[in-house]
Design a protein around this ligand. Structure first.
Ligand code: SAH
Ligand code: SF4
Ligand code: F3S
Length: 471
């Protein structure tokens, strides 16, 4: 089978590198070092893209700031998943008129998932004149070209042509931390869940070559990263577009056998193609965190069908049962949508029952938000907003009680945790399953594994005391 995924050519990447050099020369001539602020909305995929944008900006001679005030370049990397996310971006983008007035040289760009929507592109072009340009996710690697042309041409410019999507390897990356890292293993999505805008704005599913992923992970381990999360909208379909016969479980297994002291995580798994083989690999290797984010969206089969999810609640329950059997210590999280068009009270109760039955450690709950252009946005939706809110609150209350119970079970036990930061007077750490812990200790412990005995718990976190370093 020929590979279906197209990759950005070496010539194109070299051209972008030339634009970086030209931008550096431009600022040299201006006699000062420019500054840039990249603001990220949305999911880890966008966080990862923002790290690449910062890498490109560094390569263009910019320094990073953490405020739009006074920055020569501001980029909003946006999310389109729900209406609320879009409204927030547009509100904040509107407010940049004032920051730009105080610093007229400021160039403002918008990118990410919202720029994959034609209606948003039009709105930005016609109503947000202070925005200098924009690009969708397919043109991220061309940002140096866009920036150079805007800086020197004094014209607004948009790279928003639609594309099935390409993969650009070898772009510079400015990572946000030195302990935890994101590694995108694939881009796009082919699932077309009926409520979701991602496949429209991020293009078709395409996998990075295994050797590129392996090289990146090896490099991270060598640099001392200890917590590595593999990213994709549906990691279980990794490799389907590759010539080489390698699925996600194979890739994970290869990475889990690399030398070094690190933990691997991944998200997101889709129940349609999550496999027992994957859970066996997770169970077998100590370097794979026993943590699984497996979104079910609804516990009702009619709703799941209308969502185009391609599994039913029985299949989902069977997957969870198998995963728990081979990994009794598994920490489980999930996404749920409340108030999908036409969801009845009884159908919602199926969701609630599933939540009670599975006993998630945490849940990400959303009220359905119609996204223009998706099939669900056209479906009849007679349920009043107040009713959806009531269901949502009931679900959240139920989950909070369960999370609290789950956390209470940690009390009195000792866990090996990775200390990842400081928050006020306490240090923060994560268990292997990703649960947040707080404890008193010296700042030098950040970056190390310690043994924590859990003394208290809340709905959201665990409190512990140091038992000893390393475990
Ligand atoms: N690819 C991931 C999810 C990405 S979006 C997966 O399939 O699991 C993250 C979550 O946002 C989804 O799991 C879903 O619960 C929620 N979501 C997506 N579209 C939505 C919409 N239109 N309204 C409300 N929630 C939505
Ligand atoms: Fe959206 Fe479904 Fe793809 Fe997830 S799998 S990104 S919910 S279309
Ligand atoms: Fe949002 Fe795009 Fe992620 S729509 S959730 S930033 S893939």
């Amino acid at each position: 089978m020929k590979e279906k995924t197209s990759r950005v050519s070496a010539e194109e990447l070299a051209l972008q590198e030339k634009y970086c050099a030209r931008i550096r020369a431009y600022w040299m001539e201006q006699g000062r070092t420019p500054s840039a602020f990249v603001d990220t909305y949305g999911c880890q995929q966008n966080e990862a893209d923002s790290e690449t944008l910062r890498g490109l900006l560094l390569n263009c001679g910019y320094t990073m700031t953490d405020t739009e005030e006074g920055a020569d370049c501001v980029i909003f990397n946006t999310c389109a998943i729900r209406q609320h996310a879009e409204s927030r971006v547009l509100g904040n983008l509107g407010a940049l008129v004032h920051t730009q007035r105080r610093h007229p040289e400021q160039k403002i760009f918008i990118c990410g998932c919202m720029m994959g929507e034609e209606s948003v592109q039009e709105k930005i072009k016609h109503s947000y004149h202070h925005v200098s340009g924009g690009f969708n996710t397919h043109h991220l690697h061309r940002f140096p070209e866009l920036l150079y042309k805007v800086l020197t041409g004094k014209k607004r410019l948009f790279f928003v042509e639609d594309d099935a999507g390409v993969i650009a390897e070898g772009l510079p990356r400015m990572r946000s931390g030195n302990l935890k890292a994101w590694v995108s293993i694939m881009y796009g999505c082919n699932n077309f869940c009926s409520y979701c805008i991602v496949p429209y704005v991020r293009g078709r599913e395409r996998s990075r070559l295994p050797q590129d992923v392996i090289a990146e992970v090896k490099d991270l381990i060598a640099k001392g990263y200890k917590d590595i999360t593999l990213l994709g909208q549906n990691v279980n379909s990794y490799g389907k577009d590759l010539e080489e016969k390698m699925d996600f479980a194979d890739l994970l297994e290869t990475l889990a056998t690399l030398d070094g002291d690190f933990l691997l995580r991944f998200m997101t798994s889709h129940p349609r193609d999550a496999s027992e083989k994957l859970f066996d690999v997770m169970a077998k290797y100590p370097k794979i965190a026993k943590q699984l984010h497996l979104p079910f969206q609804s516990g009702n089969d009619r709703v799941l069908k209308a969502m185009n999810r391609h599994y039913d609640s029985a299949r989902y329950r069977a997957l969870i049962a198998y995963a728990k059997k081979v990994m009794p210590q598994l920490v489980l999280t999930s996404d749920v949508i409340v108030g999908f068009p036409g969801e009845t009270e009884e159908e919602f109760m199926d969701t609630l029952r599933l939540v009670e039955e599975v006993g998630y450690d945490a849940l990400f709950t959303f009220i359905f938000s119609p996204r223009p252009g998706t099939p669900a946005a056209k479906m009849d939706d007679p349920t009043p907003k107040e009713e959806k809110n009531r269901r949502f609150d009931l679900l959240v209350d139920t989950q909070n009680r369960i999370s609290e119970e789950k956390h209470r079970a940690y009390v009195g036990k000792t866990f090996r945790v990775l200390v990842d930061g400081k928050d006020g007077d306490s240090l923060t750490a994560r268990t292997e399953g990703g649960r947040l812990c707080r404890f008193a200790g010296a700042e030098e412990l950040v970056g190390n594994y310690v043994n924590l005995k859990i003394t208290h718990s809340t709905t959201w976190s665990l409190v512990g005391e140091l038992v000893g370093k390393e475990g």
